[in-house]
Write a protein that binds this ligand. Structure first.
Ligand code: G1P
Length: 319
């Protein structure tokens, strides 16, 4: 069962693409990040000073997708609030004349037209996408997974939209990973096309063992899907982990030759993984104009201190 929640009306950037809608599944329990995620959705964990999910919505908006549907679960109220107006906070900041913070509070609700729907039961990613059917209708759409954060300097999603324009069908983002890691991902069997960064996907398997994996191409959390995926998902039985897997539905479409992959070798972070989360915060903090210079020089000193033994990395202390 999926339940619609009233959308937040916002201004949105104009788009000239055939694809205008993005779906962001955000119903997971975030068990990899307990206890931080006991009462806070994992998507709301801060990456520097913005919740992880805001980067995802900014990525969609930057690619011209001005309609974003969040598929949330219970305990995800904070996500709805974050992309809504915060009247009292805005009034207080306006009264102080603090326009910089006022803008930062208003920005999330201005990024796109944001809608929310609840995935009543945790039946898997495929089911979460199926929950978007009524909202998306009969048009291609993007899916962005909240745990995967693509560096804001990359243009992966725009490239995927171009590939959808060129080849039709569905497009997945692929990244070569260490064979030891492939069991954490959907894995694609691929054939070359004439283009360096585009492959034809001939098969997909969800989280295979290293031995059974057809390649080291991992599906990372960006998809541009043909609406045909909905009919396929309707008849997709529970797969790995007893969940309805998007990968299984795409495997059926791949058998018809209608799935392509964009091979990405840029910066991508898994913010659901603790070590990768920390790397994300450090990298993005270093890239910031306001924080980067000071933080980077502290970081260099800290690392030097770790190497020469003047800083003990096992204890809390200032470098
Ligand atoms: C999901 C997908 C998987 C994909 C991964 C990317 O898995 O099911 O195919 O490779 O996202 O992050 P999850 O990480 O949600 O278990």
């Amino acid at each position: 069962m999926c339940r619609m929640i009233a959308p937040h009306a916002t201004s949105a950037p104009a788009s000239v693409r055939a694809v205008t809608k993005a779906v962001v599944p955000a119903a997971g329990l975030g068990t990899r990040f307990l206890p931080a995620t006991k009462a806070t959705p994992k998507e709301m964990l801060p990456v520097v000073d913005k919740p992880a999910i805001q980067y995802v919505v900014e990525e969609a908006a930057a690619a011209g997708l001005d309609d974003v549907l969040m598929v949330t679960g219970r305990h995800k109220r904070a996500i709805e609030d974050h992309f809504d107006n915060a009247f009292e906070l805005e009034q207080a900041l306006a009264a102080k004349g603090d326009t910089v913070r006022l803008d930062s509070v208003r920005d999330p609700a201005r990024l796109a037209n944001i809608h929310h729907i609840r995935q009543g039961e945790p039946l898997g990613l495929g089911h979460a996408v199926l929950c978007a059917r009524r909202h998306v209708g009969d048009q291609p759409f993007a899916v962005l997974l909240g745990d995967d954060l693509i560096d804001p300097r990359e243009t992966l999603l725009s490239r995927m939209l171009d590939v959808r324009d060129q080849y039709a069908g569905s497009v997945v983002a692929l990244m070569e990973v260490d064979p030891e890691q492939i069991h954490l991902y959907g894995c694609a069997a691929v054939e070359a096309t004439g283009e360096d960064d585009v492959v034809r996907v001939t098969g997909l398997v969800e989280k295979p063992s290293r031995r059974d994996a057809p390649s080291t191409y991992a599906v990372i959390g960006r998809y541009v899907l043909d609406p045909a995926v909905f009919d396929t998902l309707e008849r997709t039985p529970p797969g790995r982990g007893g969940e309805i897997q998007l990968t299984d539905a795409l495997q059926e479409l791949a058998a018809d030759g209608t799935v392509h992959g964009v091979v990405f070798d840029g910066l991508r972070y898994d913010t659901g993984d603790k070590a990768d989360y920390l790397r994300t915060v450090v990298r993005l903090a270093c890239a910031r104009d306001d924080l980067g210079p000071e933080f980077t020089s502290w970081l260099k000193e800290f690392v030097t201190g770790l190497e020469d033994g003047t800083v003990d990395g096992r204890h809390r202390q200032a470098a």
